[in-house]
Design a protein around this ligand. Sequence first.
Ligand code: ADP
Ligand code: MG
Length: 524
Amino acid sequence: MNFDEMNIDPKILRGIEDMGFEEATLIQAKAIPAMLKGQDIIGQAQTGTGKTASFGIPLIQMADPSIKKTQAIILSPTRELAIQVADELRKLAKYMHGIKVLPVYGGQEITKQIRSLKGGTQIIVGTPGRIMDHLRRRTIKTEFVKTIVLDEADEMLNMGFIDDIKTILEYVPKNRQTVLFSATMPKQILDITKKFQNNAKHIKIVKKELTVPNIEQYYYDVKRYDKTEILTRLLDYYNPKLSLVFCNTKRMVDEITGELKGRGYFAEGLHGDMKQSSRDRVMKNFREGKAEILVATDVAARGIDVDDVEAVFNYDIPQDDEYYVHRIGRTGRAGRGGKAFNFVRGREVYKLKEIQRYCKTKILARQVPSAEDIEKIRAQKVLEKLAPIIEEENLSKPLSDLEEYINITDYTAMDIAAAFLRLAVEGDKASQIGEYDFSNTGAQEGMVRLFINIGRRQGVWPADILGAIAGETKIPGKLVGAIDIYDKYTFVEVPREYAADVLRAMSDVKIKGKSINIEPANKK
Ligand code: ADP
Ligand code: MG
């Protein structure tokens, strides 16, 4: 079942669309309709399967924007998770005006939180200790609370929050909906569900046994903004005939395809929003090797059966272990060798560990090839092209030119050959680098952050920046993102697909009568 078959408010569907989710995950397909019916739920599914949206979507839908009181409380084990969950809910609620979501956690000044809470927040996400604190102070009141969610219940248990949780559950009205999500179900959690839930519906997503094809699998610990750089290094280093790059969202597919094209790679994107005719065209190009890199979502890649895929890149770690197996199974076909590369960041390593355990396979940590390694490979590629030229072509003219040059300089033939090799390698590199590098601007997903060398001292206001961009380019002002003005410079975010246009159009524009310099920001 997909999102549009679940009676979800069209305004939330728009939020989901913006996030680029292509298909509901299994837990979402089961939990969302049940939660919307008001049922108590025990949702059990492994990490990364989208449990946040499973409860987030129904909570947003069930919240009444005209009532400025707490209507849902989500308990979360850590401050980071509370913030993350609040962020995800805000994105989902982007078009639901009047719905406010606030994270509260220890370590943050309580008076500040109390002030924010006075603004009339319907959905609160917090760590148990801090929520309890607010309940005691009556700065969070429970009269209007319809739903309480225990997110990552097993984690909260591990962190010793069990008594706090019980206390909180005693506080909220008895006729509430109680929802619990957890990756595992230890006995103590089942005790909570017995005591505090009513006829809870147990939704458990079980994993199938799977066998992993015998191919080399590696992972690299990389930051989001370095992923594309590392992807291109690996592509240069291994030079696979055809490659598949997997992303978890449609937006990511578009973004990465753009980044790769910008750097001169033959890449094409494939996702469910595309018309059948364009999908067919992309697949044809890929099969014929006109596109060497196919960037795709899991759904779009379903059924792709191409023999020459020599590398699979998991740009995003898959939502589901099963997807992992499907993804990497696209390489190493027909007895050919294949490689799978995974990009993980921080905590995501645990997700990979889980995949390894479950799939009984080995994914080895690897160092990213250095610039030197790559230079060496490029030099080899150039050198490989020389033998046929020496063997088959008439070189008497360049030979006599070189002789003349050697006679008038002190250089040896080796010196000259080395210089040519350097030139050739650099030429090769230059042809692969696009006009602009947007890989590390520190912008939000889908956006590019641009640096402009004027700021408050020059009397610049956001409206000046907005006006200049909207005036010089065709991009509507509302698509321009955050504008941060500092004393001497300004940052502005624009959608990825317009960034190059904005840079070109703005290069000889004046703001406040001053010529400006504009370039991609560099987040390092
Ligand atoms: P869990 O709580 O199950 O560990 P999360 O809710 O944190 O998982 O989701 C993991 C990631 O997957 C998040 O980045 C989230 O935005 C993303 N995600 C959730 N649902 C979908 C979906 N239907 N399609 C694509 N990505 C999704
Ligand atoms: Mg979660």
